[in-house]
Design a protein around this ligand. Structure first.
Ligand code: C5P
Length: 215
């Protein structure tokens, strides 16, 4: 594949989405929010009231789903689900189904189909390790759980949603733990990823570090 890819991985709330968006805009490249794909699949499982541990049934559901991203919205079978996939209930279900190897395998091709000219910025947990191991540049963003929970709280309140900071810290820690300890595609930096701790950096500073590396 000659279409260039830049991957941005890391835990929830590390600022991957923001940086991926800024970078894709700057380069005029496509963007893949792989977490949104997992979230839409989890929402479909919740709607169908499937057992979130039933790997075979969940993996069999995925090929029949119509998952799309257009007009700035996420779509499941022709319905806008942008808001629904962002709630913590869906996030928690997402990290459960994302731990299942057959579910990950079923979503691989869809994720790789985003690699289109002139280039792709992909954000997630395993973009640099599994989905695009040959990426031109790989970044891994981290930040303390408290800082990440504070950022999530701010995001939620901007959407008119409320939450308790301590609940968010607990949710984030539980989700990190599940994402990092799963046997398949665990949350971890690729060997050749640039690590950036964003705890004490604002988005402009993180973006500057990223741009310096790809210059
Ligand atoms: O990035 P976001 O918070 O939207 O991801 C939601 C969940 O999807 C993560 O907690 C993780 O369990 C899963 N995920 C994943 N692999 C990715 C992206 C997301 O397992 N590449």
């Amino acid at each position: 594949d000659t279409v260039p890819v830049i991957t941005i991985d890391g835990p929830a709330g590390a600022g991957k989405g923001t940086i991926a968006c800024l970078l894709a805009q700057k380069l005029g490249w496509h963007m893949l929010d792989s977490g949104a794909i997992y979230r839409v699949a989890a929402l479909a499982a919740l709607q169908r009231k499937l057992d979130l541990q039933d790997e075979t049934t969940l993996a069999a559901m995925i090929p029949i789903l119509k998952i799309e991203f257009r007009d700035g919205e996420a779509w499941l079978d022709g319905e806008v689900v942008t808001g629904e996939i962002r709630n913590e209930n869906c996030a928690s279900a997402t990290s459960k189904i994302a731990a299942l190897p057959a579910v990950r395998a079923a979503l691989l091709e869809l994720q790789r189909s985003f690699q289109q000219s002139p280039g792709l910025v992909a954000d997630g947990r395993d973009m640099g390790t599994v989905v695009f191991p040959g990426a031109n540049h790989k970044f891994y963003l981290t930040a303390s759980a408290e800082i990440r929970a504070e950022r999530r709280l701010k995001q939620l309140s901007e959407q008119g949603l409320s939450a308790k900071l301590c609940d968010l810290i607990q949710d984030i820690n539980a989700r990190d733990e599940r994402d990092a300890s799963r046997p398949v595609a665990p949350l971890k930096p690729a060997d050749d990823a640039v690590l950036i701790d964003t705890s004490s950096l604002d988005r402009g500073e993180v973006f500057a570090v990223v741009l310096r590396h790809i210059a």
